[in-house]
Design a protein around this ligand. Structure first.
Ligand code: CTP
Length: 406
């Protein structure tokens, strides 16, 4: 059996251009710039005039630990020289956050009437935009078309989030979270984003399902969804188109999220999502049984001494999704060092890869931040000693890449 120990990858301090425009979500851009420094990047912040009405350049300079470029200072500092070309050459990745409807329109039209849009035109690396605006502006045909044009040209347009908007209305138009943008920036830098998973469609499930007993009660389990989330993040970093089907809140992701509650909802969502997928990773703890009948109201205690629920089997999502061309990964959380059971499960479910962990082992597994796993896959059995869940995810995704690529 091979034993691997994974160390996180270190970056030098490559420059990330951060274009900041005048949207109220600008306060999140401050957090983003701070986060990029933490991730080992040197942010080069470029603000528009409208952005400066919201936040002073000094704020960005302080968090970026570097001067901020704007329409005035750029020309002064360079003696009127071509600062936009210099800035474009200096950076490896460009991100515009927040990206207002106005700046998106200018980018789509190829206008260059301020430093930010001039830099965008002169820049040749990967570009990420995080739009933000009122829901009606977001849904306007002009905005939709501009976003489409940018995406067609290879710009990564991060999805806006649903929720309460700064204008007080509800809808889609909230900027992607700083965490989601940071992940997108890391992916733009990752050499592995051009590996075997690049452009592949990957569906990952996470969290424990809840099977309703009545209007307030359910049968659930302690799965936190962290392992599945780590696998989804890692496959995204390697260039995949990711859909995470989850029972957990999943803010801060630059990829698609489908929220579900029960095993049957998960089965329906997975069946739909895997139709054109290349890989399915079933990290979710799916209930094996659900109450036969769901009570409409609330079961009353009354003078009962006991309560009997009749449970029926749920559909086995993993087993039911087998088809040629879909690389399937299962998890087996066993009570004890039962590798024999994991081997049998791999064969029974006909999966390409099975990740075994012992839920009784100290400090790992369900709910915790760490795990200790054995991966049963194309390279035989690989043991990953106790480490963080993101490190386990890297080892698992290495094996998925071997299976998919070879
Ligand atoms: N799984 C599934 N649908 C279910 C139950 C489990 O897709 N209804 C998936 C899990 O997501 C996991 C794998 O099957 O990837 C193994 O789950 P596990 O609970 O360990 O195995 P079971 O098939 O339920 O077998 P047993 O409870 O007998 O160990």
């Amino acid at each position: 059996m091979t034993v691997v120990s994974q160390a996180p990858t270190m970056h030098a301090a490559p420059t990330v251009l951060v274009g900041v425009t005048g949207g109220i979500a600008i306060y999140k851009a401050v957090e983003l710039v701070r986060g990029l420094v933490k991730d080992g990047f040197q942010p080069l912040v470029v603000t528009t005039e409208a952005a400066q009405r919201f936040v002073m350049p000094l704020t960005f300079a302080a968090v970026a630990q570097a001067p901020v470029l704007d329409d005035q200072s750029a020309w002064q500092a360079s003696g009127g020289w071509f600062r936009h070309i210099e800035a474009a050459r200096q950076a490896s990745v460009m991100v515009v956050a927040p990206a207002t409807a106005n700046t998106l329109a200018k980018m789509a039209a190829g206008m260059a009437d301020n430093l930010l849009t001039a830099i965008y035109l002169a820049f040749r690396g990967p570009v990420i935009v995080a739009p933000t605006m009122n829901w009606a502006m977001n849904e306007h045909a002009a905005t939709r078309e501009n976003v489409h044009v940018l995406a067609e040209r290879g710009v990564e347009v991060l999805p806006t989030e649903e929720g309460e908007l700064a204008c007080g209305e509800e809808g889609s138009g909230r900027m992607a979270s700083p965490e989601a943008i940071r992940l997108a920036v890391r992916r733009a830098f990752a050499a592995s984003a051009a590996g075997p998973l690049a452009g592949k469609k990957v569906v990952v499930t996470s969290g424990g399902t809840r099977e309703r007993i009545d209007a307030v009660r359910f049968i659930g389990n302690r799965s936190s969804g962290k392992m599945g989330r780590a696998v989804a993040d890692e496959t995204y970093l390697r260039g995949a188109h990711v859909t995470l089907v989850t029972t957990q809140p999943a803010d801060g992701t630059p990829y698609d999220i489908v929220r579900v509650e029960s095993a049957s909802e998960m089965a329906a969502a997975v069946t739909e999502a895997v139709r054109d997928a290349d890989v399915l990773v079933m990290a979710a703890a799916v209930a094996d049984f659900r109450p036969r009948d769901e009570e409409g109201g609330k079961i009353e205690r009354g003078d009962r001494e006991t309560l009997t629920l009749e449970l029926v089997r749920t559909v086995d999502v993993l087993a039911s999704t087998a088809r040629p061309g879909l690389f399937r990964v299962g998890f087996a959380a066993e009570a004890g060092p039962r590798l024999d059971r994991a081997r049998a499960k791999k064969a029974a479910k006909g999966v390409d890869l099975l990740v075994f962990n012992d839920i009784l082992a100290e400090g790992v597994g369900i709910g915790s931040d760490e795990n200790e796993i054995t991966i049963l896959g194309p390279d035989g059995e690989i043991h990953v000693p106790r480490t963080t869940k993101p490190a386990c995810a890297r080892a698992i995704v290495d094996q998925i890449e071997k299976g998919v690529g070879g």
